[in-house]
Design a binder for this molecule. Structure first.
Ligand code: PLP
Length: 418
């Protein structure tokens, strides 16, 4: 078991700051067992609770079979568990029906699906797709390719110095030729929570379809798609305590019905003749090949786990961590927090004067504090802010103030070594 010198210092030196332990820490074996680790890279991926680990193991031990095809009981059990998972995701996100939930590998694949199968229905030469300068590359590159296919233009809403979207610029760049607006719910690099319901309403009034990248929202915000009003919502299971390799695109049913398939092969067909093929209805039309069955079952267990929590308590715990970390880091000389939006998710990006983010990241790692350093797959945002990158601490529900103390102690030490 690793021990973390920074945590020990924090434990002995700052007892008063430890009054806010996470009530959920013991649910996560990796977190509970690696007592020397302050895991603050939750925006990259989260750890998994025992309930998820058990569900995946039980599936492989007791029910492993392919879905939707075989004539035996094991396959029937696997299919029922797989489709029950879809229902759970639909209910958690407020989809109108499970038919609107398409399994994908994650957010990246979900956005690529929309860009490949929806964009051709609406984009023509002279149209535009509106994104923002704070998007993750997976909400930029698919739109660049779609625009170049159809002679459309990619426009990007400006970001203010505090990390909020420039809403005036949004209005200025949205026009009658905007066919798709694709925005992140929460910025992975800065933690900014964008007003997606309001922006969706403005985009819909202008006649555009709205795609929301929910990768960084799903673990921290209770999402109700009926209230958001968007047409497509993409998320990744692994960022909300579920396994890697599973996520979903939730799309409005009438749009999914109109869209052609994007990947083809088994599972997505109704009838195949050599001359021509008819396709299964959504969601199966978009799920060619054997899906990630264990992943979907693991994701359903993560949804059950989150459903059983008092989410208001989770949100207030995470808000406390963010406020405590912000106040603590602000006291360090030469350290600058990047991203000070009024509405933030528990993500804290910072820069230490004169130090490259990668050097700080490596020195923190040596002290048992896991953060991410670099451009966070948001190079246009870094370019806008004139930064090479940042150090990013991102919190999950199992983190505590002791983890923040470990971070602060480790930053002090890193700065003293540089
Ligand atoms: N969008 C945002 C805002 C992200 O933070 C990420 C991952 O960090 C992605 C999209 C891509 O997610 P995935 O790699 O799970 O497809």
């Amino acid at each position: 078991m690793k021990t973390n010198p920074a945590t020990s210092v924090a434990k002995t030196g700052a007892a008063t700051t430890r009054w806010n332990p996470s009530p959920w820490r013991q649910d996560f074996p990796l977190i509970a067992e690696q007592t020397g680790l302050a895991y603050l890279d939750n925006a990259a991926t989260t750890q998994k609770p025992t309930a998820v680990l058990n569900a995946v193991r039980a599936y492989y031990r007791e029910r492993n079979a392919n879905v939707h095809r075989a004539a035996h009981q094991l396959s029937d059990a696997a299919t029922r568990a797989f489709e029950a998972a879809r229902e759970k995701v639909a209910a958690r996100f407020g989809a109108s029906s499970a038919k609107e939930v398409i399994w994908t590998r994650g957010t990246t694949e979900a956005i690529n699906l929309v860009a490949a199968a929806y964009a051709p229905l609406v984009l023509a030469e002279g149209d535009n797709v509106l994104i923002s300068r704070m998007e993750h590359h997976s909400n930029i590159v698919p739109w660049q390719i779609a625009c170049s296919r159809f002679g459309a233009r990619l426009r990007a809403v400006a970001v203010l110095p505090n990390g909020e979207l420039d809403l005036d610029d949004f209005d200025a760049k949205l026009d009658e030729r905007t066919k798709i607006v694709a925005l992140s719910h929460v910025s992975n690099a800065l933690g900014t929570v964008n007003p997606v319901a309001d922006l969706t309403a403005r985009a819909k009034a202008a006649g555009a379809a709205v795609v929301v990248d929910g990768a960084q929202a799903a673990a921290h915000i209770e999402i109700d798609l009926r209230a958001l009003g968007c047409d497509f919502y993409a998320f990744s299971g692994h960022k909300m305590y579920a396994p890697t390799g599973i996520g979903a695109l939730i799309g409005r049913q009438e749009l999914l019905e109109a869209m052609p398939p994007w990947q083809t092969g088994g599972e997505m067909i109704e009838h195949v003749r050599i001359e021509a093929t008819t396709y299964a209805p959504p969601p199966f039309k978009f799920e060619a090949g054997t899906p990630n069955i264990a992943g979907a079952i693991g994701l359903a267990a993560a949804v059950d786990y989150l459903n059983d929590l008092d989410f208001a308590r989770v949100a207030s715990h995470e808000a406390d961590l963010l406020a405590y970390a912000t106040a603590s880091l602000n006291q360090i000389n030469g350290l600058r927090i990047v991203g000070t939006a009024g509405n933030k998710s528990p993500v804290l990006s910072f820069l230490a004067q004169g130090a490259h983010p990668h050097d700080i990241g490596a020195l923190l790692d040596q002290q048992g504090v896991a953060v991410r350093a670099g451009h966070h797959c948001a190079m246009p945002l870094m370019e806008t802010l004139g930064l090479p990158g940042t150090v990013r601490a991102s919190f999950g529900l199992y983190n505590s103030r002791a983890d923040v103390d470990a971070l602060v102690t480790a930053v002090h030490k890193a700065l003293s070594l540089l």
